[in-house]
Design a protein around this ligand. Structure first.
Ligand code: URA
Length: 251
C-alpha cells in the first residue's frame, strides 16, 4: 500500500511525495505546482486560496499584485515575509483564476494538512474564505469572522479577508490593515506570555490540533467546539512598552 503524506518526515520529502501531481484536473492546465514557501519552522503561517498566473509561472505563492499587498501588510506590522510560511489551499492554478472546486480542495488538502503539522505554527492567518472554512471547519462567512481570534487545538487562528479583495474593492484596504493589526496583537500576546493557551480548545486530533500539548483539555464550546475570542486592537498598543527580554519570541 502506498504511504500517504502523513508519513513524510519533512517538507522536502512531502514535496517529493507530491511529485508531478496528477491527482486532480488542475494538473492539465498548470505550468508549475506551487508548494509553499518560507521559514519551515515559522511560528506564523498564512494560508491563501490558490496560485494565480504569476504564481503558476514562478512556482512561488503570492508573488503577483495580491502578494505585493500581502508584503506591505506584513511590513506594516513589523514582519518580513522570510519570517513566515505561506501556502495555499490548492497547489495548482485553477484555469482563469476560478474558485477551486470541492474535488480539487479534497485532493490537495492532505498535503496542506501535513504542511501544517510539519511547520507546526503557533498562529495561522487564513486569507479568504476557502482556507478559513477549511481551518475553522465551518462555513461561516468571512465577513463575520475576519479579524477575530479562534483557538483550535493549541493554535491561534485569525481569519483575514483575502488581499485580492482589496485590489477589486479599495474600501477593503482599511479593513485588511486593521485585521493585520489584530494579528499583530495576537502575536504580541503570545510573545508576552499573556496568551499561553487560554480557554476554549477543540479539535482533538489531526493537523489542526497543535503541538502545544501543555494545554489542559477543556470543555468544548458549541457544537463545533470552537471558542471565539474578540481581539481588542487596543491590546496591541497596550503591549508596546512591555519588556521583551524574557519573552518567548516569535519574531
Ligand atoms: N492568491 C492566493 O490565494 N494565493 C496565491 O498564491 C496568490 C494569489
Amino acid at each position: 500500500m502506498a504511504l500517504g503524506p502523513g508519513s513524510c518526515p519533512d517538507l522536502a520529502s512531502l514535496r517529493e511525495h507530491i511529485g508531478d501531481c496528477q491527482r486532480c484536473s488542475l494538473a492539465a492546465s498548470r505550468n508549475t505546482l506551487v508548494f509553499g514557501t518560507g521559514d519551515p519552522r515559522a511560528r506564523l503561517m498564512f494560508i491563501g486560496e490558490a496560485p494565480g498566473k504569476n504564481e503558476d509561472l514562478t512556482g512561488l505563492p503570492f508573488v503577483g499584485a495580491a502578494g505585493k499587498l500581502l508584503d506591505e501588510l506584513l511590513v506594516s506590522i513589523g514582519i518580513d515575509r522570510s519570517q513566515v510560511y505561506i501556502a495555499n489551499m490548492v497547489k495548482c492554478r485553477p484555469p482563469g483564476n476560478r474558485d477551486p472546486e470541492p474535488l480539487e480542495l479534497e485532493a490537495c488538502s492532505p498535503f496542506l494538512a501535513r504542511q501544517i503539522e510539519l511547520i507546526d505554527p503557533v498562529v495561522i492567518a487564513t486569507l479568504g474564505r476557502f482556507s478559513t472554512h477549511y481551518v475553522l471547519q465551518n462555513t461561516a462567512p468571512i465577513s463575520a469572522v475576519h479579524g477575530r481570534l479562534f483557538r483550535i487545538g493549541g493554535r491561534r487562528v485569525v481569519p483575514i479577508f483575502h488581499p485580492a479583495s482589496a485590489l477589486y474593492d479599495g474600501s477593503k484596504r482599511g479593513v485588511l490593515a486593521e485585521d493585520f493589526r489584530k494579528l499583530r496583537a495576537v502575536i504580541d500576546r503570545v510573545e508576552s506570555g499573556e496568551d499561553h493557551g487560554g480557554p476554549g480548545t477543540s479539535v482533538a486530533s489531526g493537523p489542526l490540533a497543535g503541538a502545544s500539548s501543555d494545554e489542559a483539555p477543556r470543555a468544548e464550546a458549541g457544537s463545533l467546539g470552537i471558542t471565539i475570542e474578540q481581539v481588542e486592537p487596543a491590546s496591541a498598543d497596550a503591549d508596546e512598552g512591555a519588556p521583551a527580554a524574557e519573552q518567548q519570541s516569535l519574531f
